[in-house]
Design a protein around this ligand. Structure first.
Ligand SMILES: *Cc1c(COP(=O)(O)O)cnc(C)c1O
Length: 414
């Protein structure tokens, strides 16, 4: 008996964008028309309706008492942050630069929180003046804030970012557990709480963020349950009741062959359970989850145009007008250990049946500038549009635009 070959892993279907007449539609506009409207290649396009649908999908599984925050480092484009500010319950920023964008976008200071290691004195001062919640990550920050609060005659609003004593299992990026530059080790938190009280800062609660890009609902639920238990233990040492508890996020999206979308049902059930317990254990606490990539990643595409087609010793190359300078993560150079292809399409030939094996490369003089390595794509010509899906998060702002001196990409919200 011959066993059939094991099916090759494939990309999760990118059905979030509709197709009409062979054209990918973004916000209902055919790609070729949209490119003409933008007037310059390459560009990122983000779809408002998809952002809205994603928030609605989450709201449907979350208990009403859980607040949803957008971690804007995933995509800080001002128009997009403005759109998100109207959809979610708060914005999480990681620098004074992001704080400005969030305030300009209309987010209320009460609903903004600021986390990140190495907050500079100036950034802390701006945050106190703005009245946003500061997630403390060191003893130094307590001392700085004590002086700033006195100077500005405004008590700093603070939460403690805890480096937990556990890890988020099967996470793309671990940001808690073991030695970390993020937060304060759980063991040291009681001492930090005592210093917060002594310094007269306004204590509000805890922030835990164990990791990022996780596709296993069970691991996320486990981390949330453990985060809750840890926060409850630490609540015994707080100078005032816990009013704010950020349980983190880490919800992933499928990028690579074989990956599947996260199962939200389980997460909804687990958070419902936590919310019910919190209503008894910490009745004054507002529960928050903070998501970046999951909210915006699938709503964005990066669009390039084919400049050249070359065949080198039997291998076909599509040379496009942008690459790792605009989209570092799709090139595999933003945290991946083994390079894998993002989902890619020829956006103006979505119905073409005849395929060929091609590699898509950018215009940079380095072999690292690879957007697709030997993929089956519809037969294409120069002038066609190569689209990289799953590009709404950690795309434009997470790429080295200055490298090789090409123009920066345009970003549009459609
Ligand atoms: C980066 C970051 C996020 C967002 O992570 P995603 O994987 O994009 O959801 C949330 N919170 C904190 C503290 C972060 O550093």
């Amino acid at each position: 008996m011959i066993t059939p070959p094991h099916p090759l892993p494939i990309h999760a279907p990118m059905t979030q964008f509709a197709i009409d007449n062979g054209q990918l539609l973004i916000g209902g506009i055919p790609l070729t028309q949209l490119a003409a409207r933008v007037g310059q290649m390459p560009f990122y396009a983000y779809d408002r309706a998809l952002l809205q649908a994603r928030v609605a999908e989450l709201r449907a599984i979350l208990p009403a008492s859980i607040k949803l925050h957008y971690a804007m480092k995933a995509n800080p484009m001002p128009a997009l942050v403005g759109w998100m500010a109207g959809l979610v319950d708060g914005i999480d920023v990681a620098s004074a630069g992001e704080l400005k964008v969030a305030l300009d976008a209309g987010a209320k200071p009460k609903e903004i929180s600021f986390a990140g290691p190495g907050k500079r004195r100036g950034e802390l001062r701006q945050s106190v003046a703005a009245g946003v919640l500061i997630n403390l990550e060191s003893f130094r920050e307590v001392n700085e804030l004590a002086a700033i609060s006195q100077e500005l005659e405004l008590p700093a609003r603070v939460a403690v970012r805890v480096n937990p004593d556990f890890e988020l299992k099967s996470s793309g990026m671990k940001m808690g557990g073991g030695p970390k530059q993020f937060g304060v080790d759980a063991e040291q938190v009681p001492q930090l709480l005592a210093e917060i009280a002594r310094a007269g800062l306004q204590f509000e609660g805890f922030h835990l963020f164990p990791g990022s890009q996780n596709l296993k609902a069970e691991s996320i639920c486990e981390a949330q349950q453990k985060s809750y238990a840890l926060a409850l233990r630490l609540a015994a040492s707080t100078p005032s009741p816990v009013r704010f508890l950020n349980l983190g996020g880490g919800f992933g999206i499928p990028y690579f062959p074989g990956e599947q979308r996260l199962d939200l049902t389980l997460i909804g059930e687990s958070l419902t359970q936590i919310a019910a317990r919190a209503a008894v254990d910490m009745p004054e606490a507002e529960l928050v989850i903070e998501l970046g990539r999951f909210l915006v990643g699938e709503a964005g595409i990066y669009v390039t145009q084919i400049v050249d087609r070359k065949i080198s010793r039997g291998q076909t190359y599509l040379v496009v007008d942008g690459g790792l300078n605009h989209h570092l993560s799709a090139s595999g150079n933003f945290g991946q250990v083994i390079r894998k292809n993002y989902p890619v399409a020829i956006g103006n030939r979505m119905n073409t049946g005849v395929k060929e094996c091609v590699s898509v490369v950018g215009p940079l003089c380095t072999p690292l500038d690879l957007l697709a390595d030997r993929m089956e794509l519809p037969v294409s010509q120069t002038g066609d549009f190569v689209v990289i899906f799953q590009s709404g998060a950690y795309g434009a702002s997470a790429s080295p635009h200055g490298f090789l001196g090409h123009p920066a990409p345009i970003e549009i919200l459609v």
